[in-house]
Design a protein around this ligand. Structure first.
Ligand SMILES: Cc1cc2nc3c(=O)[nH]c(=O)nc-3n(C[C@H](O)[C@H](O)[C@H](O)COP(=O)(O)OP(=O)(O)OC[C@H]3O[C@@H](n4cnc5c(N)ncnc54)[C@H](O)[C@@H]3O)c2cc1C
Ligand code: FES
Length: 253
């Protein structure tokens, strides 16, 4: 089934670290339809007019989970919800990552961009290596779950409080030169995605990057989430509809 609106019961809400929470909803049809890298437009209560886009973190049976950081009014509302309450979501939205690739892949996540990659890692298992970059040890979330499914996981922190000090892309460089990856999948801040694109071009590996833009409708109607095409500078693509996952050669990063 394509996208739909669901009023789903919250099965659990967890605090992970700092301002980072996970919400798990029970919704069989949605769980069935979700692909790695897709997102939901989440109703954040009467105080916020627009829904907020949050990536799908995991699907487990009939349960769908999202991990988010409290940024403003909408995500604060989400962080205050409790198990047993209901959450209205629209989705699944966007194209997601095409994981149908023969051979090893590398996922590179930075900050909140780690979360949309977990389903990719889970689906590829031991043919997936991961480099996960965090600011500091205090906000390490989900790295242990990647370690459960991936072949190799490298953790980086900006301040060196855990794992390798430095950026995720710098650490990814040494993995890339020692393996024959068929693809790189990445999600994180724009400077990180630019560095992923440069790395992928240097070693001639196809790279797919998941972009974030402020959104309104979430399905291609309002044109709020435009990004410039790399092939044709006059052309705009929409993150919600054509993405959020793009080949890194397709868009201006
Ligand atoms: C496709 C997609 C997937 C996303 N997945 C996740 C996820 O899995 N986990 C998660 O924590 N967040 C995710 N986000 C970001 C999330 O949507 C925003 O943090 C949220 O909308 C903020 O809403 P708010 O009402 O709490 O804050 P607001 O009051 O709306 O904004 C608070 C601050 O955050 C900034 N901001 C808001 N939205 C965005 C955005 N899209 N990009 C950059 N800055 C923004 C605002 O400029 C402002 O400074 C995703 C965004 C997109 C587009
Ligand atoms: S958010 Fe409306 S077109 Fe993308």
């Amino acid at each position: 089934m394509s996208k739909a609106t669901y009023n789903a019961e919250i099965a659990a809400k967890r605090w992970h670290a700092g301002n980072i929470y996970e919400i798990i909803i029970e919704c069989e049809q949605l769980a069935h339809d979700c692909r790695p890298g897709q997102f939901l437009q989440v109703d954040c209560g009467d105080g916020t007019f627009l829904r907020r886009p949050i990536s799908i973190y995991n699907v487990d049976g009939a349960r769908v989970s999202m991990i988010f950081e409290v940024r403003g009014r909408g995500t604060r509302y989400l962080s205050q919800l409790k198990a047993g309450e209901y959450l209205n979501v629209l989705g699944p939205l966007g194209n997601g990552f095409d994981t149908d690739i023969d051979g090893d892949i590398l996922v590179i996540g930075g900050g909140l961009g780690v979360f949309p990659l977990y389903m990719v890692a889970k689906s590829k298992g031991k043919s997936c290596d991961a480099v996960l970059g965090y600011k500091t040890e205090r906000v390490l979330v989900s790295h242990d779950r990647f370690a459960d499914v991936c072949r190799e996981v490298v953790i980086t922190t900006d301040d060196g409080s855990y794992g390798v000090q430095g950026t995720a892309v710098a650490a990814a460089h040494s993995l890339v030169v020692n393996h024959h990856y068929k693809a790189i999948f990445a999600c994180g801040p724009l400077p990180m995605l630019k560095a992923v694109h440069a790395l992928a071009c240097k070693y001639n590996i196809p790279a797919w990057v998941s972009l974030e833009e402020r959104m309104a409708c979430g399905f291609g109607v309002c044109l709020a989430c435009a990004v410039k095409s790399r092939e044709n500078e006059e052309e705009y693509l929409h993150v919600c509809k054509h993405g959020p996952v793009f080949n890194s050669k397709e868009v201006m990063l």
